[in-house]
Design a protein around this ligand. Structure first.
Ligand SMILES: *C/C=C(C)/C=C/C=C(C)/C=C/C1=C(C)CCCC1(C)C
Length: 251
């Protein structure tokens, strides 16, 4: 009884705590998605198993970080910036690996994978500098955000028009379809994050203050990031899952 009472006090989420709520729902959704991907593995041809396994790893790594981030938010009501970026720096490169894995049969080289990973790490490390190191210095936050944005566009370019695109076209069929959907995730789904970053930066959106104070700005940023993570990590995984399903049943 005492333990139960203690737990319920500990994990109480206020009705208007959207950040706490989205951390909680996020952790559950990531856990459920991981179970779904892992348990589906045996139904696929061997060559698709690694891809679906990586989908599951992405949501599983996120789930663990979401448990930590939720607790952190509960305890101090501050952005769990460190856990956030550790999560991203593990999961975003794995999303780059997904691009490589589905294009491997079309002749993708490891160098394509490393290029995507490199730019994703540049994007995230400079983003971290902007959020954690340049805090209270809006000018530097803009500078780091801009460098991060450039790295982001390099990734967009490679998958939409560059090497990855050419391989996808030569693969054709369901690989090309999956590649196209993943490209949209990168262009639209990933664009959610710079929006969150802008909301969380002092001064707000290009000088137009959308939210009243820095606490509200941080809350808006975290809600936006949490929505972005659910859409992108689970969505990405499902695209790969569908590709594995369609390729397996045809053979
Ligand atoms: C699962 C997590 C994902 C897909 C995270 C993606 C994160 C980004 C695309 C972040 C991008 C950023 C910019 C383009 C500029 C501002 C700083 C960042 C790091 C928020």
């Amino acid at each position: 009884m005492r333990t139960l009472l203690f737990l319920s006090e500990m994990s109480k989420i206020a009705n208007d705590d959207y950040v706490g709520f989205t951390f909680f729902v996020g952790s559950m959704a990531m856990m459920a998605a991981s179970a779904f991907f892992f348990l589906s593995l045996s139904q696929f041809d061997k060559k698709w198993r690694t891809s679906v396994l990586v989908s599951g790893l992405i949501t599983f790594i996120a789930a663990v970080h979401y448990f930590y981030m939720r607790d952190y938010w509960d305890a101090v009501q501050e952005s769990p910036t460190f856990f956030r970026y550790v999560d991203w720096v593990l999961t975003v490169p794995l999303m780059c690996v997904e691009f490589f894995l589905i294009l491997r049969a079309a002749g993708a080289k490891k160098s394509l994978m490393w290029k995507l990973i490199f730019w994703s790490v540049v994007m995230l490390v400079t983003g971290y500098f902007g959020e954690a190191i340049a805090i209270g210095n809006p000018t530097m936050q803009w500078v780091w955000g801009l460098i991060s944005g450039i790295a982001y566009f390099v990734i967009v370019y490679i998958v939409w028009f560059g090497e990855a695109k050419k391989l996808a076209v030569s693969a054709g069929g369901s690989v090309l379809t999956a590649h196209k959907i993943l490209c949209w995730f990168v262009l639209v789904g990933w664009a959610i994050y710079p929006l969150g970053y802008i909301l969380g930066t002092e001064g707000g959106l290009f000088g137009v203050q959308l939210v009243s104070d820095i606490d509200a700005a941080q809350q808006a940023m975290n809600v936006v990031y949490n929505i972005g993570d659910a859409v992108n990590k689970i969505g990405f995984g499902l695209v790969v899952f569908s590709l594995a399903v369609s390729s397996t049943s045809k053979s």
